[in-house]
Design a protein around this ligand. Structure first.
Ligand code: ZN
Length: 436
């Protein structure tokens, strides 16, 4: 009966039954997100979506009436947290403000969920619809990926970034405090601003505006995150003491001055977005992953046909900056690894959501690319779980420990042996609800 009610609730996205719901997962190998050695023969009790006990299966006492799931041979890790997404504005390969509807947002979040991405921070291209959905999720136990949002991020008037029809430009530092106060009232999960000029083609935000955004955000106790591209800009923004960079520096190798400033001011490299950089040149030839079911299962056939078409590939290659993209990718990889080795705090993010940057698939590709960049699979998993929860100040997410939400992924094989095993998803739980 309890099972039927839960399934019905999931299917209709209605509020879940209030009656106590206890689930037991047992006989799996636990990768808890803290970075310690995996624990074989583990078990977990989930009480109304939260972990009430986790330990050795031999010590498990199954509560009366619990649903018991035997996961012998499986691996359980915390759900993936993507700190850089753009949710709900894309249908197939078109990104537009008018696509942002509650239904499209929910569809997007269900796609992320089916890939084991259990939280996503949408970085600055959201309308008020996002707040409504987020606040509803927080009042109950979500049946799709948890949404965190920056609301409308800051772009310089007429300058780079944002989404047409959503982001209004800021022209002077004097406008900033009122705009940040509005975001604070909406309880944004981060403030976001774009600091770039698209290879010198667009207007870049003047430093005084960025400084005002960082200062106002801090005054309002908000996390503040920036899109960056250039090393020199990153240094200046780090001096202001923002919380994190939402992309790797991509124009040149980072240096000790940046690292020292970031350390001094507690600035994070909150995302590497390597999959974004790789995607800039991946589709000009027939990328092998376009034929992998792991990706294609979430795409409409027309998207695949378009992306594989010679016309589409020609359009991409005609980009005047096309020849630089492989260099940006290599630079991003080296810079991120250097950040990690230097002791800079780091999270996990892909910049998935925009056309061709497919939610869910990109997070697994990112993990693979991070290993290629020189991180260990354990570092990658920690970045995508514990670290990313810490960036959001979310004490109830990121690791699989007592009292935290049961947001987790069940895998058929060990991702620590081969990070591509993260793709062998048996099931996904968010707040104890099975969502895949
Ligand atoms: Zn972005």
């Amino acid at each position: 009966m309890r099972n039927k009610l839960s399934l019905l609730a999931l299917a209709t996205l209605a509020a879940l039954p209030l009656a106590a719901e206890v689930k037991v997962l047992k006989n799996f190998t636990l990768i808890d997100g803290n970075g310690k050695a995996p624990v074989p023969a583990a078990a977990m009790i989930i009480d109304n979506g939260r972990i009430s006990w986790v330990g050795a299966a031999a010590q498990l006492k199954v509560p009366a009436g619990a649903d018991v799931v035997d996961l012998a041979g499986k691996f359980v890790m915390p759900g993936i947290i993507n700190l850089h997404g753009h949710v709900g504005a894309v249908v197939d390969l078109k990104q537009a403000a008018e696509n942002i509807t509650p239904a499209n947002l929910e569809k997007n979040l269900k796609t992320y969920a089916s890939y084991g991405v259990t939280s996503v921070l949408s970085m600055g291209t959201d309308t008020d619809i996002a707040f409504a959905l987020r606040d509803k999720q927080r009042a109950e136990r979500p049946g799709e990926t948890r949404l965190f949002t920056a609301g409308k991020g800051f772009i310089f008037a007429g300058g780079y970034g944002g989404l047409a029809g959503v982001n209004e430009g800021t022209a002077t530092p004097a406008e900033v405090p009122a705009a940040v106060a509005k975001l604070a009232a909406q309880k944004v999960d981060t403030v976001k601003f774009w600091f770039d000029d698209h290879n010198g083609e667009m207007k870049k935000m003047p430093f005084p505006i960025a400084k005002a955004i960082v200062e106002s955000s801090k005054k309002n106790h908000l996390i503040v995150s920036a899109h960056v591209f250039y090393l020199d800009d990153a240094k200046e923004l780090a001096r202001y003491g923002l919380n994190g960079f939402a992309h790797s520096v991509r124009d040149k190798a980072i240096d000790q001055e940046l690292i020292d400033t970031m350390k001094k001011n507690g600035v994070w490299q909150l995302a590497a977005t390597l999959s974004r950089e790789a995607s800039m040149f991946a589709y000009t030839k027939d990328a092998p992953f376009l034929s992998e079911t792991f990706l294609t299962r979430s795409l409409s056939p027309s998207v695949i046909t378009t992306i594989k078409s010679p016309e589409f590939q020609k359009t991409l290659a005609a980009d005047p900056h096309f020849s630089h993209y492989p260099d940006y990718f290599e630079t991003a990889k080296k810079n991120f690894k250097k950040m990690v080795d230097s002791g800079i705090k780091y999270g996990f993010g892909t910049d998935s959501g925009p056309p061709g940057r497919f939610p869910g698939f990109f997070e697994h590709w990112e993990m693979e690319l991070l290993v290629e960049a020189g991180l260990t699979p354990m570092q990658v998993i920690q970045s995508a779980t514990k670290n990313s929860a810490e960036y959001l100040h979310e004490k109830d997410l990121g690791t699989l420990e007592k009292s935290k939400w049961a947001d987790l992924v069940v895998l058929d094989k060990n991702p620590l042996e081969n990070i591509r095993n993260s793709r062998l998803i048996d099931s996904v739980y968010i707040a104890g609800n099975r969502v895949k």
